[in-house]
Design a protein around this ligand. Structure first.
Ligand SMILES: CC(=O)SCCNC(=O)CCNC(=O)[C@H](O)C(C)(C)COP(=O)(O)OP(=O)(O)OC[C@H]1O[C@@H](n2cnc3c(N)ncnc32)[C@H](O)[C@@H]1OP(=O)(O)O
Ligand SMILES: CC(C)C(=O)C(=O)O
Length: 686
């Protein structure tokens, strides 16, 4: 899908927007980046608070108004007729000055007025009053769209955005997972779901065009790509958002899920087994939750049997370890734990499914052939699961539920830059790719940005702010590549710059330069942890490397380093389990940066931090934590090598910076029979 040009069957195509200061050079670059989109928009801004004007801009009010008006007029003269203007730090600006500057930019041709609470200073009632006052006192405000852009410094960004919409704003700027500068931005998923659930009853019918079933996959993608982990208790998309730990809640959930859930996980694209109901068995669980899980596992217990399993100490049977005692010792009780608890002659399950055949295959999959008698009829099914989950596989057919996701009815009015025909429609303006990427530590490659933009289009966001084109060649490319195919179609002469941008596009894919084939680790209390890896290099030849480290992961990384031979420092490493239990899938994220002889390489400009060394993220998932860790590391190394090869080709500044890194690579190459990343840089940039 060519984001910004391909029209979806219902007529939807997102607006593609680029951000720009009021400087002519920025404006032209931004327009150049977006103008081939079907619906191009430029967003220009200048600060209006006393503190920003005096210390940052060193401009008077009159000069600020003059700059703003000139910028909007210049954009009009370039042919841009969808123009958004923001008075930066509006939340701390004098409202009277805001009415003045906003009135002037409307006269000059602005179509959307965005009101940023840049420092997250306002309380919800204040921000709502500010929006209402702007609508009331700004000449011409009735003929434009008023928008909100709320930062989260006091944790109020979602509340402020909603207060703004209730006061008349019809565009909300937000980011996926709420990522952004400092404490982040209003989170798209929170804003959208609040409007979806409460828009009708308490917000006078407000609604959006977002398709919520795409929320969870989008959140996951942004988190994986940016390396910004979502906190477990984050509203809507956090790992615990639909999990229930305590007995009273679990009991309620089993009786009716609306007792503790105001939306279903399926509605945001997170499938859940119906009979699970998000119940996490643990020390706070009660009998009802335990009994429900036992039934799912095939056990039908009488009340006294259940009491016995739940807490043998209480029933006086005193036989074995009960559920409560086990839960006290262990965080998170899995099906395997329960099966072990029940591994007692007294508690054999009723035979519902009978195992006929079990066949582990080469890919460590177990296939089971099972037979069931359901309602007097014989049924037979084949199921498979990864070894060692043979038992799980047995349970699959009984437990599987098909989750049907409904997109729901979307009422999206025709797109007119300064008008919304439906008075209650709120446009969703996503700024993940610009403001979100301003999160210190977040890095996104062009390919990742394009993937996210595609996902945002699936989600149905009205406007995608794709970047700040003047910031760097990378940012320009990230905005403009959304329409490159269309550019090639329309443009008669493709310039060198176009070709370089396209080339960097190809090279920017985190393509597999080095591939991890096999990994074996020996570790324990005796001796040194040692890892052996087999990897396929850029020349397609498989080689074996060995490393000794302080632990198994360190040893694996050293083994990878012995083959890849680029100098990288691990700046962050985290591991989380995707599912519960001993067989849980480990999900590992790493961040690396060039080091040693290459430490001069990979610099780029960051809005908040100035010149910063780029970091490269990678993630990997596997049942084996060391394999997951090695995959994440190799993926980050591939990204770093890919980025540096592009930097050498398309960005003169980066090329200077990478010169010493390149030399280091070349010297490695000379002394080694393995192909170095340097050789790959040379060949892949041809
Ligand atoms: C609230 C926000 O999120 S705003 C968006 C923040 N995003 C970014 O900054 C994107 C990344 N930024 C960059 O790459 C760089 O800062 C650039 C390319 C935009 C500018 O780089 P430089 O020209 O080297 O300027 P630098 O960043 O050092 O300083 C900013 C300059 O812009 C001026 N400026 C800031 N905002 C504006 C504005 N809206 N309109 C005009 N000038 C502005 C500042 O006063 C300062 O001017 P000075 O150099 O005369 O003192
Ligand atoms: C550019 C503006 C809208 C901004 O990001 C802010 O003020 O926070």
């Amino acid at each position: 899908m060519e984001v910004g040009n391909d029209v979806q069957p219902d007529g939807y195509v997102p607006v593609i927007c680029g951000l720009s200061r009021t400087k002519l050079q920025d404006l032209e670059r931004a327009w150049d980046a977006v103008r081939h989109a079907k619906r191009p928009r430029v967003h220009t801004f200048i600060a209006t608070s006393e503190i920003h004007m005096k210390y940052k801009l060193r401009m008077t009010e009159d000069e600020v108004v003059e700059n703003a008006v000139a910028a909007v007029k210049h954009l009009r003269s370039l042919g841009c007729n969808d123009i958004e203007f923001s008075p930066e730090d509006a939340g701390r600006s004098d409202p009277k000055f805001l009415y003045r500057i906003l009135g002037e930019v409307i006269k000059a041709g602005a179509t959307t007025l965005n009101i940023p609470d840049t420092t997250g200073w306002c309380l919800p009632h204040e921000f709502g009053e500010l929006i209402a006052a702007i609508k009331k006192n700004t000449p011409g405000a009735d003929n434009v769209i008023i928008s909100t852009h709320c930062q989260n410094d006091l944790g109020l960004s979602t509340a402020n955005s909603l207060a703004g919409a209730q006061a008349g704003a019809r565009q909300i700027e937000c980011t996926i997972n709420g990522i952004g500068e400092r404490a982040g931005n209003a989170s798209l998923e929170e804003v959208v779901m609040a409007i979806k659930l409460r828009g009708n009853d308490v917000m006078k019918g407000l609604h959006t065009g977002i398709r919520p079933v795409h929320i969870y996959p989008t959140s996951k993608m942004v988190s994986d790509y940016s390396g910004m982990v979502v906190q477990p208790h984050k509203a809507i998309v956090g790992a615990n958002a639909f999990a229930h730990e305590s007995g009273i809640h679990q009991d309620g959930m089993l009786k009716n899920r609306e007792t503790y859930e105001i939306m279903s996980p399926e509605s945001i694209g997170l499938p859940r087994q119906e009979q699970d109901r998000g119940i996490v068995l643990g020390k706070h669980s009660g009998r009802n939750a335990l009994n429900s899980r036992l039934r799912t596992l095939g056990y039908e217990l009488s009340q006294s049997e259940l009491d016995d399993v739940f807490n043998p100490g209480l029933t006086g049977s005193g036989q074995g370890l009960g559920f409560k005692a086990l839960a006290d010792k262990k965080k998170g009780i899995t099906d395997e734990d329960i099966l072990a608890l029940m591994n007692d002659e007294l508690h054999q399950p009723k035979v519902i499914w009978e195992l006929l055949d079990l066949q582990p295959d080469k890919e460590r999959q177990a296939r089971v052939d099972i037979m069931a008698t359901v309602g007097g009829m014989n049924a037979r099914a084949l199921a498979s699961a990864r070894a060692p989950l043979c038992r799980r596989a047995l349970l699959l057919p009984a437990g599987r539920t098909r989750v049907v996701m409904r997109v729901g009815e979307i009422r999206r009015p025709e797109y007119i830059p300064n008008r919304i025909d439906d008075p209650n429609y709120v446009r969703i303006f996503d700024t993940t790719l610009r403001d979100g990427e301003q999160s210190p530590g977040a890095t996104l490659t062009s390919k990742e940005k394009l993937d996210i933009a595609r996902q945002l289009a699936k989600l149905g966001v009205d406007i995608i702010e794709a970047g700040f084109p003047v910031a760097s060649p990378d940012d320009f490319e990230a905005v403009s590549r959304r329409r490159f195919k269309a550019l090639a179609d329309k443009k008669k002469g493709i310039t060198d710059e176009d070709i370089l941008a396209l080339m960097s596009d190809e090279l920017h894919q985190p393509k597999v330069i080095w591939e991890l084939l096999d990994l074996q680790v020996v570790c324990g209390t005796m001796g040194m942890p040692t890892a052996t890896v087999q990897m396929k290099g850029p020349d397609g030849i498989a080689r074996i490397g060995v490393g000794v480290g302080t632990g198994p992961v360190d040893a694996a990384y050293k083994a990878v380093d012995s083959l890849v031979r680029v100098e990288a420092e691990l700046s962050d490493y985290s591991v989380s389990s995707v599912t519960q239990g001993i067989e849980a899938l480990a999900h590992t994220r790493v961040m690396i940066r060039p080091s040693g002889k290459m430490s001069d390489a990979g610099y780029s400009e960051h809005a908040a931090l100035g010149t910063v060394q780029r970091q490269f993220s990678g993630s990997g998932a596997n049942e084996d934590i060391v394999v997951a860790s090695a995959r994440a590391y190799v993926s980050a190394l591939n990204k770093m090598i890919g980025w540096m090869s592009v930097a050498q080709k398309v960005a003169p500044r980066a090329a200077r910076a990478t010169a010493s890194g390149g030399a280091a690579l070349a010297s490695v190459e000379n002394g080694s029979s393995a192909p170095s990343a340097g050789k790959d840089l040379a060949t892949s940039s041809m």
